[in-house]
Design a protein. Sequence first.
Length: 270
Amino acid sequence: MERIRKLAVNIERMETQLAETEQFTVEDVCVQAADRIPQELFGAAGRITEGLYGFRAEWVPGFFVNPSFGWLFGGCAFYFYPDFFAMFIIRRAFAHREKWLFYDRVELLAHELCHVARVGFSSRRFEEMLAYQTATSRFRRAVGGVFRSPADGYVLLGATWLLLLAQVLRFSFLFWLPGWPFWLLVVGVIGFLAIRHGRDVHIFGQAVRNLERVAPGAASAVLFRCTDEEIDALAGLSDADALTEWLDYRVRTSRRWQVIRNRFFRSPSQ
């Protein structure tokens, strides 16, 4: 409840500033009142998130912006602790078109709404995996969670640039420089990311299978409302009695889990 109160206060502050100055600045990104994403564009994205995870977040403020940090930028969500606030921005091109490069407007909106909906968890491990399930491409759904954070992409990009630099030097004047360590570095980074992602996919899938016993057809929606630690724990609860005991304890001690039970768990009479 405290987070909700803080969110309401901060959104009201943003709305006031937009009304008075027609702009609002957050983390050096300035958004304009005229660039607000129309409410009707949230409908299709809301249907995706409702179907996947049982939620709509059409209250989230969103804006069309072309930030200075990347010409390939499609969109991103902003959320802050402890001064709770959430909003997201997508590229200005989407104001007049549904697709830009390899981005789809509805998919991008749904993806960012997933991040905003889970802002309270400070999740890293399963965050991108969950958000990428909104993708229309099976490939993106399968591998979208490989990069847990921008740092993973920077590490791979850095290793690739080192390889490129080494190749240039080898064919220019450092003919003695071996190329295999740089190839090994790139392969090692890719291998690490792939193995880590494969392990996460296996753990998430096991958690889904375990939860299907008590929340048939809604296991993914339940896991969407779980922390990384809870997903990891649920994956290890293959024994029905252990699962029931774990869930009963969470329901007794957490209002969040009481809501989850009431919305998604199968009643004993079913």
